[in-house]
Design a protein around this ligand. Structure first.
Ligand code: MYR
Length: 131
């Protein structure tokens, strides 16, 4: 159901979230308009993700429940897992620089892909439309 190419369409509280993550204002301004596109290919419990934005293009492979490393667009390194809970993907990632936890979910709401983020008490969302 997540399969397809999704384009970031709008953000909710994303600036505050990035600020909590410690990202400076210049990078936050760029990140608000990063033209993020995510292509998701799920086969059973394996996912292949193609990420493309004004910052970079990146391929990511993971298996549900299996720990993997990922580097955020600003260079922050995290390690964690995605798991499926009903129809929702739930991710829990730990920053390597400070051991703090970033949680994230992906779910489909009215045909849009909603990705939520939480870090240290601040929630945000990015909402993607299918291409
Ligand atoms: C993926 O499934 O796309 C790869 C793994 C994602 C890991 C966590 C994503 C959190 C992204 C937060 C970006 C905010 C920058 C401050």
């Amino acid at each position: 159901a997540f399969n397809g190419t999704w384009k970031a369409e709008r953000n909710e509280n994303y600036d505050k979230f990035m600020e909590q993550m410690g990202i400076n204002i210049m990078k936050r301004k760029m990140a608000e308009h990063d033209n993020l596109k995510v292509t998701i290919e799920q086969t059973g419990d394996k996912f292949h993700i193609k990420e493309s934005s004004t910052f970079r293009t990146k391929d990511i492979d993971f298996t549900l429940g299996a720990q993997f490393d990922y580097t955020l667009a600003d260079g922050t390194e995290v390690s964690g897992t995605w798991e499926m809970d009903g129809d929702t993907l739930k991710g829990k990632f730990t920053r390597k620089d400070n051991d703090k936890v970033l949680t994230t979910t992906r779910s489909l709401v009215d045909g849009e892909l909603v990705q939520s983020y939480n870090y240290e008490g601040v929630d945000a969302k990015r909402i993607f439309k299918k291409q």
